[in-house]
Design a protein around this ligand. Sequence first.
Ligand SMILES: Nc1ncnc2c1ncn2[C@@H]1O[C@H](COP(=O)(O)OP(=O)(O)O)[C@@H](O)[C@H]1O
Ligand SMILES: [Mg+2]
Length: 292
Amino acid sequence: MSEIPKIEIRHLYKRYEPESDQKGLLFSKNINPDKVFKDGEGYVLSDINLSVAEGEFHVFLGASGCGKTTLLNIIAGLLSKTDGQVLMDGKEISGISPERGLVFQNADSALFPWLTAENNVAYALKAKKLSSDGQKQRIAKVLELVGLTGHEKKYPAELSGGMRQRLQIARSIAADPQVLIMDEPFGALDAQTRELLQRELIRIWKTTGKTILFVTHDITEAVILGEKISILSSSPDAKVAYSEKVPFSYPRNSEDPDFVQFTASLHKKLNSAIWIHDEKRSRSFSLYEETA
Ligand SMILES: Nc1ncnc2c1ncn2[C@@H]1O[C@H](COP(=O)(O)OP(=O)(O)O)[C@@H](O)[C@H]1O
Ligand SMILES: [Mg+2]
Protein backbone atom coordinates (compact mmCIF):
# COMPACT_ATOMS: atom_id res chain seq x y z
CA MET A 1 0.00 0.00 0.00
CA SER A 2 1.41 3.33 -0.97
CA GLU A 3 1.72 6.23 1.44
CA ILE A 4 0.99 8.75 -1.28
CA PRO A 5 -2.68 9.85 -1.26
CA LYS A 6 -4.63 9.10 -4.42
CA ILE A 7 -5.73 12.72 -4.60
CA GLU A 8 -4.08 15.52 -2.69
CA ILE A 9 -5.01 19.18 -2.74
CA ARG A 10 -2.74 21.79 -1.23
CA HIS A 11 -3.59 25.45 -0.87
CA LEU A 12 -5.94 25.44 -3.85
CA TYR A 13 -7.32 28.82 -4.92
CA LYS A 14 -9.74 29.40 -7.77
CA ARG A 15 -10.94 32.65 -9.25
CA TYR A 16 -12.87 32.51 -12.53
CA GLU A 17 -11.30 34.42 -15.38
CA PRO A 18 -14.11 35.39 -17.75
CA GLU A 19 -12.21 34.62 -20.94
CA SER A 20 -10.18 31.55 -20.21
CA ASP A 21 -12.97 29.90 -18.23
CA GLN A 22 -15.77 30.19 -20.77
CA LYS A 23 -15.71 26.44 -21.14
CA GLY A 24 -16.50 26.12 -17.45
CA LEU A 25 -19.90 27.65 -18.11
CA LEU A 26 -20.90 24.58 -20.06
CA PHE A 27 -20.78 22.60 -16.86
CA SER A 28 -22.55 25.12 -14.65
CA LYS A 29 -25.71 25.77 -16.57
CA ASN A 30 -27.68 27.43 -13.79
CA ILE A 31 -25.28 30.36 -13.66
CA ASN A 32 -26.35 33.79 -14.80
CA PRO A 33 -23.32 34.91 -16.85
CA ASP A 34 -23.96 38.58 -16.02
CA LYS A 35 -23.54 37.93 -12.33
CA VAL A 36 -20.45 35.77 -12.21
CA PHE A 37 -17.38 36.97 -10.40
CA LYS A 38 -15.36 39.34 -12.53
CA ASP A 39 -11.57 39.58 -12.58
CA GLY A 40 -10.14 40.38 -9.19
CA GLU A 41 -13.53 40.31 -7.54
CA GLY A 42 -12.90 37.30 -5.44
CA TYR A 43 -11.98 33.68 -5.11
CA VAL A 44 -14.62 31.00 -5.39
CA LEU A 45 -12.31 28.55 -3.62
CA SER A 46 -9.74 29.84 -1.18
CA ASP A 47 -7.09 27.62 0.40
CA ILE A 48 -8.65 24.19 -0.05
CA ASN A 49 -6.58 21.43 1.56
CA LEU A 50 -7.55 17.80 1.33
CA SER A 51 -6.24 14.33 1.00
CA VAL A 52 -8.13 11.31 -0.36
CA ALA A 53 -6.73 7.82 0.10
CA GLU A 54 -6.70 5.15 -2.60
CA GLY A 55 -10.06 3.36 -2.73
CA GLU A 56 -11.77 5.92 -0.48
CA PHE A 57 -15.38 7.01 -1.02
CA HIS A 58 -15.10 10.72 -0.31
CA VAL A 59 -18.22 12.90 -0.29
CA PHE A 60 -18.21 16.69 -0.58
CA LEU A 61 -21.20 18.35 0.98
CA GLY A 62 -22.04 22.02 0.56
CA ALA A 63 -24.79 24.50 -0.25
CA SER A 64 -25.69 25.40 -3.82
CA GLY A 65 -23.15 27.75 -5.32
CA CYS A 66 -20.40 27.05 -2.79
CA GLY A 67 -17.98 25.78 -5.41
CA LYS A 68 -18.47 21.99 -5.44
CA THR A 69 -18.64 21.74 -9.23
CA THR A 70 -15.71 24.12 -9.52
CA LEU A 71 -13.63 21.90 -7.24
CA LEU A 72 -14.57 18.68 -9.06
CA ASN A 73 -13.94 20.23 -12.48
CA ILE A 74 -10.46 21.25 -11.36
CA ILE A 75 -9.71 17.74 -10.08
CA ALA A 76 -11.14 16.34 -13.34
CA GLY A 77 -8.76 18.59 -15.27
CA LEU A 78 -11.61 20.39 -17.06
CA LEU A 79 -10.91 23.71 -15.39
CA SER A 80 -7.65 25.43 -14.54
CA LYS A 81 -6.79 26.44 -10.99
CA THR A 82 -5.58 29.88 -9.96
CA ASP A 83 -3.04 28.74 -7.38
CA GLY A 84 -2.01 25.73 -5.29
CA GLN A 85 -1.44 22.08 -6.08
CA VAL A 86 -3.84 19.36 -7.18
CA LEU A 87 -2.08 16.01 -7.26
CA MET A 88 -3.02 12.50 -8.28
CA ASP A 89 -0.55 9.84 -7.12
CA GLY A 90 1.77 12.72 -6.21
CA LYS A 91 1.74 14.17 -9.74
CA GLU A 92 0.21 17.47 -10.78
CA ILE A 93 -3.10 17.08 -12.64
CA SER A 94 -3.08 18.88 -15.98
CA GLY A 95 -6.03 18.33 -18.28
CA ILE A 96 -8.51 15.50 -18.48
CA SER A 97 -7.31 11.92 -18.36
CA PRO A 98 -8.82 8.45 -18.79
CA GLU A 99 -7.55 7.80 -15.25
CA ARG A 100 -10.44 9.95 -14.02
CA GLY A 101 -14.00 9.04 -15.04
CA LEU A 102 -16.66 11.73 -14.85
CA VAL A 103 -20.37 11.52 -14.07
CA PHE A 104 -22.41 14.72 -14.30
CA GLN A 105 -25.76 15.64 -12.78
CA ASN A 106 -27.39 16.09 -16.15
CA ALA A 107 -27.28 12.86 -18.16
CA ASP A 108 -29.07 14.57 -21.04
CA SER A 109 -26.15 16.82 -21.81
CA ALA A 110 -23.53 14.23 -20.92
CA LEU A 111 -24.69 11.29 -23.09
CA PHE A 112 -24.73 11.29 -26.89
CA PRO A 113 -28.42 11.13 -27.85
CA TRP A 114 -27.63 9.80 -31.33
CA LEU A 115 -25.75 6.76 -29.99
CA THR A 116 -27.27 3.64 -28.47
CA ALA A 117 -26.41 2.66 -24.89
CA GLU A 118 -23.67 0.29 -26.07
CA ASN A 119 -22.24 2.85 -28.47
CA ASN A 120 -22.19 5.52 -25.77
CA VAL A 121 -19.99 3.14 -23.78
CA ALA A 122 -17.96 2.20 -26.88
CA TYR A 123 -17.14 5.88 -27.39
CA ALA A 124 -15.38 5.95 -24.01
CA LEU A 125 -13.29 2.95 -25.09
CA LYS A 126 -12.01 4.50 -28.32
CA ALA A 127 -8.62 5.43 -26.89
CA LYS A 128 -8.16 1.91 -25.49
CA LYS A 129 -7.76 0.37 -28.95
CA LEU A 130 -9.29 -2.96 -27.92
CA SER A 131 -9.99 -5.76 -30.40
CA SER A 132 -13.59 -5.89 -31.54
CA ASP A 133 -14.23 -8.89 -29.28
CA GLY A 134 -12.43 -7.29 -26.36
CA GLN A 135 -14.52 -4.17 -26.79
CA LYS A 136 -17.78 -6.15 -26.94
CA GLN A 137 -16.87 -8.00 -23.77
CA ARG A 138 -15.92 -4.84 -21.96
CA ILE A 139 -19.19 -3.13 -22.94
CA ALA A 140 -21.25 -6.14 -21.86
CA LYS A 141 -19.38 -6.26 -18.56
CA VAL A 142 -19.89 -2.63 -17.58
CA LEU A 143 -23.52 -2.61 -18.71
CA GLU A 144 -24.07 -5.67 -16.54
CA LEU A 145 -22.29 -4.01 -13.63
CA VAL A 146 -24.78 -1.12 -13.70
CA GLY A 147 -27.81 -3.34 -14.37
CA LEU A 148 -28.45 -2.37 -17.99
CA THR A 149 -28.13 -5.77 -19.63
CA GLY A 150 -30.91 -6.07 -22.20
CA HIS A 151 -30.93 -2.33 -22.95
CA GLU A 152 -27.81 -2.24 -25.14
CA LYS A 153 -29.60 -1.15 -28.31
CA LYS A 154 -31.70 1.60 -26.73
CA TYR A 155 -31.04 5.28 -27.24
CA PRO A 156 -30.79 7.58 -24.19
CA ALA A 157 -34.26 8.99 -24.94
CA GLU A 158 -35.67 5.47 -24.59
CA LEU A 159 -34.22 5.07 -21.08
CA SER A 160 -35.62 6.37 -17.79
CA GLY A 161 -33.73 9.06 -15.83
CA GLY A 162 -32.30 6.43 -13.48
CA MET A 163 -31.21 4.25 -16.41
CA ARG A 164 -29.53 7.21 -18.08
CA GLN A 165 -27.51 7.80 -14.92
CA ARG A 166 -26.60 4.10 -14.85
CA LEU A 167 -25.43 4.48 -18.44
CA GLN A 168 -23.32 7.49 -17.54
CA ILE A 169 -21.73 5.45 -14.74
CA ALA A 170 -21.11 2.55 -17.15
CA ARG A 171 -19.49 4.90 -19.62
CA SER A 172 -17.33 6.53 -16.98
CA ILE A 173 -15.95 3.23 -15.68
CA ALA A 174 -15.61 1.56 -19.10
CA ALA A 175 -12.03 2.68 -19.59
CA ASP A 176 -11.22 1.45 -16.07
CA PRO A 177 -10.28 4.80 -14.50
CA GLN A 178 -8.72 4.86 -11.04
CA VAL A 179 -10.87 7.69 -9.78
CA LEU A 180 -14.58 8.32 -10.35
CA ILE A 181 -15.66 11.95 -10.11
CA MET A 182 -19.39 12.32 -9.60
CA ASP A 183 -21.15 15.69 -9.51
CA GLU A 184 -24.61 15.34 -7.91
CA PRO A 185 -25.33 12.36 -10.17
CA PHE A 186 -28.59 11.49 -8.42
CA GLY A 187 -29.76 15.07 -7.78
CA ALA A 188 -32.44 15.06 -10.46
CA LEU A 189 -33.90 11.62 -9.69
CA ASP A 190 -37.02 10.78 -7.68
CA ALA A 191 -36.42 9.60 -4.10
CA GLN A 192 -36.93 5.90 -4.77
CA THR A 193 -34.67 5.74 -7.81
CA ARG A 194 -32.08 7.74 -5.92
CA GLU A 195 -32.05 5.27 -3.03
CA LEU A 196 -31.77 2.36 -5.42
CA LEU A 197 -28.86 3.93 -7.27
CA GLN A 198 -27.12 4.80 -4.00
CA ARG A 199 -27.18 1.14 -3.04
CA GLU A 200 -25.99 0.16 -6.51
CA LEU A 201 -23.15 2.65 -6.39
CA ILE A 202 -21.92 1.19 -3.09
CA ARG A 203 -21.99 -2.25 -4.71
CA ILE A 204 -20.09 -0.96 -7.77
CA TRP A 205 -17.55 0.77 -5.52
CA LYS A 206 -17.03 -2.41 -3.47
CA THR A 207 -16.74 -4.51 -6.63
CA THR A 208 -14.28 -2.24 -8.42
CA GLY A 209 -12.33 -0.73 -5.50
CA LYS A 210 -12.22 2.65 -7.22
CA THR A 211 -11.56 5.92 -5.45
CA ILE A 212 -14.77 7.96 -5.60
CA LEU A 213 -15.17 11.72 -5.24
CA PHE A 214 -18.88 12.43 -4.94
CA VAL A 215 -20.59 15.79 -4.60
CA THR A 216 -24.02 16.31 -3.10
CA HIS A 217 -26.01 18.92 -1.21
CA ASP A 218 -28.11 16.17 0.40
CA ILE A 219 -26.94 15.32 3.91
CA THR A 220 -28.67 11.93 4.07
CA GLU A 221 -27.13 10.95 0.75
CA ALA A 222 -23.71 11.98 2.06
CA VAL A 223 -24.08 9.77 5.15
CA ILE A 224 -25.49 6.82 3.19
CA LEU A 225 -22.52 6.87 0.82
CA GLY A 226 -19.42 8.45 2.29
CA GLU A 227 -16.54 6.82 4.11
CA LYS A 228 -15.40 10.36 4.69
CA ILE A 229 -17.34 13.62 4.33
CA SER A 230 -15.88 17.06 3.72
CA ILE A 231 -18.13 20.06 4.21
CA LEU A 232 -17.40 23.13 2.12
CA SER A 233 -18.26 26.58 3.42
CA SER A 234 -19.98 29.03 1.08
CA SER A 235 -18.26 30.91 -1.69
CA PRO A 236 -16.73 33.40 -2.11
CA ASP A 237 -13.67 32.02 -0.35
CA ALA A 238 -15.07 28.52 0.17
CA LYS A 239 -12.88 26.27 2.31
CA VAL A 240 -13.11 22.77 3.69
CA ALA A 241 -14.85 23.64 6.95
CA TYR A 242 -14.99 20.08 8.34
CA SER A 243 -13.72 16.73 7.22
CA GLU A 244 -14.64 13.57 9.10
CA LYS A 245 -15.03 9.82 8.87
CA VAL A 246 -18.50 8.30 8.92
CA PRO A 247 -18.51 5.80 11.79
CA PHE A 248 -20.87 3.23 10.22
CA SER A 249 -20.36 0.11 8.13
CA TYR A 250 -22.29 -0.54 4.89
CA PRO A 251 -25.12 -0.90 4.08
CA ARG A 252 -26.43 1.96 6.17
CA ASN A 253 -29.94 2.46 7.38
CA SER A 254 -31.12 6.06 7.45
CA GLU A 255 -33.69 5.17 10.13
CA ASP A 256 -31.10 3.84 12.56
CA PRO A 257 -30.98 6.16 15.64
CA ASP A 258 -27.19 6.52 15.40
CA PHE A 259 -27.52 7.46 11.74
CA VAL A 260 -30.19 10.03 12.58
CA GLN A 261 -28.04 11.51 15.32
CA PHE A 262 -24.93 11.68 13.14
CA THR A 263 -26.93 13.31 10.35
CA ALA A 264 -28.31 15.90 12.76
CA SER A 265 -24.82 16.81 13.95
CA LEU A 266 -23.69 17.11 10.33
CA HIS A 267 -26.65 19.35 9.64
CA LYS A 268 -25.47 21.73 12.35
CA LYS A 269 -21.96 21.72 10.92
CA LEU A 270 -23.26 22.39 7.43
CA ASN A 271 -25.34 25.30 8.70
CA SER A 272 -22.41 26.81 10.53
CA ALA A 273 -20.24 26.31 7.41
CA ILE A 274 -22.83 28.17 5.35
CA TRP A 275 -22.94 31.04 7.80
CA ILE A 276 -19.18 31.37 8.15
CA HIS A 277 -19.24 34.08 5.50
CA ASP A 278 -22.40 35.65 6.75
CA GLU A 279 -22.29 39.02 5.04
CA LYS A 280 -21.15 37.52 1.75
CA ARG A 281 -23.83 34.91 1.79
CA SER A 282 -26.69 36.85 0.27
CA ARG A 283 -24.45 37.95 -2.57
CA SER A 284 -23.30 34.43 -3.20
CA PHE A 285 -26.85 33.12 -3.32
CA SER A 286 -28.18 35.92 -5.50
CA LEU A 287 -25.83 34.77 -8.26
CA TYR A 288 -28.30 32.01 -8.94
CA GLU A 289 -31.34 32.65 -11.08
CA GLU A 290 -32.78 29.41 -9.82
CA THR A 291 -31.44 26.29 -8.19
CA ALA A 292 -31.65 22.93 -9.84
N1 LIG B 1 -17.79 29.63 -15.59
C1 LIG B 1 -17.93 30.42 -14.53
N2 LIG B 1 -17.51 31.71 -14.60
C2 LIG B 1 -17.61 32.50 -13.53
N3 LIG B 1 -18.10 32.15 -12.33
C3 LIG B 1 -18.52 30.89 -12.19
C4 LIG B 1 -18.46 29.95 -13.28
N4 LIG B 1 -18.94 28.76 -12.85
C5 LIG B 1 -19.28 28.96 -11.56
N5 LIG B 1 -19.04 30.23 -11.17
C6 LIG B 1 -19.27 30.80 -9.82
O1 LIG B 1 -18.56 30.00 -8.90
C7 LIG B 1 -19.33 29.78 -7.72
C8 LIG B 1 -19.41 28.30 -7.45
O2 LIG B 1 -20.15 27.66 -8.49
P1 LIG B 1 -20.27 26.07 -8.56
O3 LIG B 1 -18.90 25.51 -8.49
O4 LIG B 1 -21.10 25.75 -9.75
O5 LIG B 1 -21.06 25.74 -7.21
P2 LIG B 1 -21.86 24.43 -6.74
O6 LIG B 1 -21.50 23.32 -7.67
O7 LIG B 1 -21.43 24.21 -5.34
O8 LIG B 1 -23.31 24.76 -6.80
C9 LIG B 1 -20.68 30.42 -7.95
O9 LIG B 1 -20.70 31.62 -7.25
C10 LIG B 1 -20.72 30.68 -9.44
O10 LIG B 1 -21.38 31.88 -9.72
MG1 LIG C 1 -22.68 22.11 -8.84
